[in-house]
Design a protein around this ligand. Structure first.
Ligand code: XMP
Ligand code: MG
Length: 182
């Protein structure tokens, strides 16, 4: 079972639900009278996106994009490739980019620049998790769920080797799973 590979639970289903509700409440307040377009960066943010959008009460639209970051193991580089682009135009729209985790910042700093060039009316970043200690490139975050230590986490959309995305909570993986001690 997947559970056996988890060292400890960092955020339970209840804690995630509470925090996602708080973020949605902020968005509802900030976008009153507007119609934001939420952009989910696949694949990691799909669970967060689904929970967040169901708590958003202003009219909104959604779109998805997928990027791959060239890098070895658990570290990304500044080289980012769009593997699936948005279906819709963002020019003149109030967009909110929804991410699972902000780590070095390489992926998001590239992505935000790329989207900015398409001239949205406004652009905000919403990330569920943030590892501030790992930042290499500065990225402005508007909505952040939790700051976490530099540990590899899985669940609630986040993967290791494409697995564990279906865990309903966020947990720290046992080092033995990726070839370490433990
Ligand atoms: P950068 O370093 O460009 O990377 O900010 C962000 C991307 O790195 C992945 N990432 C993780 N994925 N558990 C994961 O499942 C983690 O602890 C983790 N840290 C970084 C993730 O794909 C994110 O979009
Ligand atoms: Mg990922």
């Amino acid at each position: 079972m997947l559970e056996q590979d988890i060292e400890r639970v960092l955020f339970s289903e209840e804690e995630l639900d509470k925090r996602v509700s708080e973020i949605a409440a902020e968005i509802n307040r900030d976008y009153a009278g507007k119609e934001p377009m939420l952009i989910s960066v696949l694949r990691g943010s799909f669970v967060f996106m689904a929970d967040l959008t169901r708590k958003i009460e202003v009219p909104c639209t959604i779109d998805f994009m997928s990027v791959s970051s060239y890098g070895k193991g658990t570290t990304s580089t500044g080289q980012v490739q769009i593997t699936k682009d948005l279906s819709d135009d963002i020019e003149g729209k109030d967009i909110i980019v929804v991410e699972d985790i902000l780590d070095s910042g390489n992926t998001l700093s590239y992505l935000m620049e790329l989207l900015r060039a398409r001239k949205p009316a406004s652009m905000k970043l919403c990330t569920l998790l943030d590892k501030p200690d790992r930042r290499v490139k500065e990225v402005h975050v508007d909505y952040s769920g939790f700051a976490i230590p530099d540990e590899f986490v899985v669940g609630y959309g986040l993967d290791y080797a494409e697995k564990y995305r279906n865990l309903p909570y966020i947990g720290i993986l046992k080092p033995r799973v990726y070839g370490g001690e433990g």
